[in-house]
Design a protein. Structure first.
Ligand SMILES: *Cc1c(COP(=O)(O)O)cnc(C)c1O
Length: 383
């Protein structure tokens, strides 16, 4: 039985209140296995922000993954579930956060500025440091812009300084942008990393680790390259820029591990015919569909309730009293012309960046509830 079939069986048997996210943990584990096979020898650090559901983290602990954490809260979560090999991947952190992480055994940190590096040296002495590069490359659906990373020249200097401060100058990282559909997008970062390794080497510091970030995409309404296609492109870029041998590789997959394992069931809250037909759902920008901002992610939406007749173009919008809570104004969507309040819809491939982005109570609407299916036994989260 496929993950989708298991999820739909659960929904048919239990008819939980909507909106809800149903996640199939076996599908998450399968993806982890595929990544492990396609990138043999690479260390996989799950980017916890994609879906911090405890059952997901626990499943990936069991699968032997490490974790890319971005805050003390994510560290607490991972440690409470027995996770090891935490990498503090957020370049933005306060000295107190560094000290807290170090106290809980975190020994790997990512940085991109001298101030943060000196804080790591002071509060996490002897830790391994990875310097994040800012690389230009093909745009992704949800890019990081210029918020993170430094130039290759500065990165080499930071690795040298790390060594001088008694830290372990492990290597460099970059992120090619989330939902990155171009497997060639890793090449500019790999080329820049090779330059940094050479520049640091010329100053007597041997870096050894290359963190390729996340970014691998899922299909949603279109298609995405397979994990194998990403692996092939990345291997090619590594061979041309590191002819003397590949560094230790780290990957930080988020979306590609969890998105396809999840489905959101939603109910039509109302329909209004204007110049166009507006269909209001019980889920919107603030209770799970944050990535519809700028219509960056266009989810596959399928009617569950059967209605005869032709489909008609619709604007999909969320339930709150907020003018920005519109999901798709430009991206074309259509639903049966006779759609009405109470109809159910499924939003597919919705396991990543949904529940974790849900507000605590905007307009009195509670956060998106998650149900996890674990090999036939289902559990709810009861937060
Ligand atoms: C968000 C994030 C990831 C995960 O990115 P995906 O595109 O979801 O794979 C990995 N690394 C860092 C540093 C991140 O911030």
């Amino acid at each position: 039985m496929t993950a989708l079939a298991r999820i739909r069986r659960f929904l048919a048997e239990h008819a939980p209140p909507t909106p809800c996210l149903v996640l199939d943990l076996d599908a998450v584990a399968d993806r982890a296995g595929e990544l492990t096979r396609e990138f043999p020898g690479a260390r996989l650090c799950y980017a916890v922000k994609a879906n911090p559901e405890p059952a997901v983290v626990a499943r990936l602990v069991a699968a032997g993954l490490s974790f890319d954490v971005a805050s003390t809260g994510e560290i607490d979560l991972c440690r409470s579930l027995g996770a090891h090999g935490l990498s503090y991947g957020n370049t933005i952190k306060k000295p107190a956060d560094i000290a807290y992480a170090f106290g809980l055994g975190v020994r790997e940190f990512v940085t991109d500025t001298e101030g943060d590096l000196r804080a790591i040296a002071e509060h996490a002495p002897g830790s391994a440091v990875t310097v994040r590069l800012l690389v230009d490359g093909p745009a992704s659906a949800t890019p990081f812009g210029r918020k993170f990373g430094c130039s290759p020249e500065l990165a080499a200097g930071l690795l040298v300084l790390a060594a001088e401060l008694g830290l372990d100058p492990a290597g460099v990282s970059f992120h090619p942008g989330s939902q990155q559909l171009d497997p060639g997008a890793w090449e500019p970062g790999i080329a820049a990393a090779a330059k940094v390794f050479a520049a640091a080497g010329a100053r007597g510091v041997r870096a050894r680790r290359l963190n390729l970030g996340g970014g691998m995409a899922v299909g949603y309404r279109g298609t995405a390259p397979s994990i194998g296609a990403y692996a092939t492109a990345i291997r090619g870029a590594l061979a041309s820029h590191f002819p003397g041998g590949t560094p230790e590789l780290v990957l930080e997959p988020g979306r590609v591990l969890v998105a396809e394992a999840g489905l959101i069931r939603t109910e039509v809250a109302g329909v209004r015919d204007d110049e166009k037909r507006w269909v209001f759902l019980d889920i919107g920008r603030y209770n799970g569909l944050a990535e519809t901002e700028n219509e960056a992610i266009a989810y596959r939406v399928e009617p569950v309730t059967t209605r005869d007749g032709a489909h008609t173009g619709v604007i999909l919008a969320g339930p709150t009293c907020d003018g920005d809570d519109v999901l798709y104004l430009r991206t074309p969507y259509s639903l049966p012309a006779s759609v009405r309040a109470g109809d159910l819809l499924d939003i597919l491939d919705a396991g990543a960046y949904t529940a974790s982005y849900s507000s605590v109570s905007f307009n009195g609407i509670p956060p998106l509830r998650t149900y996890c299916l674990d090999g036939g036994t289902e559990g709810t989260d009861d937060r």
